[in-house]
Design a protein around this ligand. Structure first.
Ligand code: GDP
Length: 444
């Protein structure tokens, strides 16, 4: 899978700050050096790397490090935001024509995946908006391309217009367009010929097709495996033909990801889709923010951090930190914590934002019952002040009294006390600076 190496390297660079209470300029400089190397090794365009590291560095040094969060989390947030910007910020879909048909022309070098993408896009449009596309087979130089498109058309039940290989592509497109208007197809997808390299003949032909078809979209298909070549190709096509979007194919392969990270900045054209396999369904709408999260290996941890920033009470957090240090975390704190976490929204939703958690078996069944929380509160409220502050007082007769007072069984009271002791232990571990097993990954 693409980006694996990059993800590891970026995480390593940022995780060094994880255990620091305060970061210095030297720490940031060191981290930026590692991020820069990681990006260069991933084959990201040099200008893009320079710009990106400059932005992150400026923000990292200027950032107010909030008291409730570790500096490392702030840095992750900055890197993520800048990465999202580099990838294009907004999700840009297919721009439709006000009148049917919306005409989409594919362009790109041979083998980039144009024909495959035409099929994938037809499938996507059918699935998402019940479209009735017509595909035009304009690649007359690679005879197999026409058959390939016809096979895709049969699989999808989409008509394919072709005139064999003896007619000029411009004429094929002209007649295909006429047919689409007659049949009232809502989309026309034009597959064009590629070459091994960009040459004048190719560009002339594409310009003529553009003239005849007046496309709403000219989508350039590039192969992620070709790295910086893909970026150069995109730049040339954009200068000579004008493209409205880029499709990056083969991101499922073992690529370093440099093309995906550079193309938007270099060409200004948005990435609209990515190809993630050979099957018709292996197409993903490109979302810069989600791609950034993915590159950083974070699931949707950022929403969680933002929520924590929004909802967490600073003063109470400080108080809690003090208690953890002094090992005086008691039942009152436990209840307060529970209330605070509940304020952040349904716990099951929060848990899913933690990377890796949404793939955990059984996560769908995880439900936090507000009644359960209320029951626990009732147990604490049935304790005396002394008991709340010192759980060791809770002998069997006191537990029976608390059970009766709170309307719970003794078994439930025992279970709750056990749970409390476990979280007390966890707090102690955390205050000593070591994360409890498993939680370490959550704050990468
Ligand atoms: P064209 O010459 O630009 O029309 O390229 P094709 O559509 O014929 O694709 C060239 C090869 O790349 C074919 O073997 C496709 O199956 C393969 N291919 C296209 N897109 C993807 C993709 O996203 N992932 C993978 N793994 N293979 C792809």
């Amino acid at each position: 899978m693409a980006f694996e190496n990059l993800t590891e390297r970026l995480q390593a660079a940022m995780s060094k700050l994880r255990r620091k209470g305060k970061v210095t300029e030297a720490d940031i400089t060191e981290m930026m050096r590692e991020i820069r190397l990681a990006l260069l090794e991933a084959d990201v365009n040099l200008q893009v790397v320079k710009q990106f590291t400059k932005q992150v560095r400026e923000r990292a040094l200027g950032a107010e490090v909030l008291e409730s969060l570790s500096p490392a989390q702030q840095i992750v947030k900055i890197v993520d935001e800048e990465l999202t910007k580099t990838l294009g910020s907004e999700t840009v879909g297919i721009v439709k024509s006000p009148k049917i048909p919306t005409v989409i022309m594919m362009a790109g070098l041979q083998g980039a995946g144009k024909t495959t993408f035409a099929g994938k896009l037809a499938n996507h449009l059918i699935k998402t908006e019940k479209a009735r596309p017509l595909m035009i087979a304009g690649d007359v130089y690679r005879p197999a391309a026409i058959d390939q498109l016809k096979v895709l058309g049969q699989q999808l039940d989409v008509p394919v217009f072709d005139m064999g290989t003896d007619v000029s592509p411009v004429e094929i497109v002209r007649q295909g367009m006429a047919l689409a208007r007659e049949k009232k197809n809502d989309y026309v997808l034009i597959d064009t010929a590629g070459r091994l390299h960009i040459d004048e003949a190719l560009m002339d032909e594409l310009k003529q097709i553009k003239e005849v078809a007046q496309p709403n979209e000219i989508l350039l298909v590039v192969d992620a495996m070709t790295g910086q070549d893909a970026v150069n190709v995109a730049q040339s096509f954009n200068e000579q033909l004008g493209i409205t979007g880029v499709i990056i194919t083969k991101l499922d392969g073992d690529t370093r990801g440099g093309a995906a990270l550079s193309i938007r900045s270099v060409t200004g054209a948005p990435i609209k889709f990515i190809g993630s396999g050979e099957k018709l369904t292996d197409l993903e709408v490109f979302h810069p923010d989600r791609m950034s999260s993915r590159i950083l290996g974070m699931g949707d941890m950022l929403t969680l951090i933002e929520k924590a920033q929004q909802d967490y009470d600073e003063k109470k957090a400080e108080e809690l930190a003090r208690k953890m240090k002094e090992n005086s975390f008691d039942f009152n704190d436990f209840i307060e914590q529970m209330d605070q976490v509940m304020n952040m929204g349904p716990l099951e939703d929060l848990v899913k934002m933690i990377p890796g958690m949404n793939q955990m078996p059984g996560i769908e069944n995880l439900k936090v019952d507000p009644k359960d929380i209320a029951r626990k509160k009732a147990i604490v409220q049935s304790m005396t002040k002394a008991e709340r502050e010192d759980p060791t007082l809770l002998n069997p007769s006191r537990r029976r009294r608390i059970a009766a007072g709170s309307g719970n069984s003794v078994v439930e009271v025992n279970r709750f006390i056990k749970q409390f002791k476990e979280s007390q232990k966890m707090m102690q571990q955390m205050s000593k600076g070591s994360m409890p097993a498993g939680m370490d990954q959550m704050f990468g």
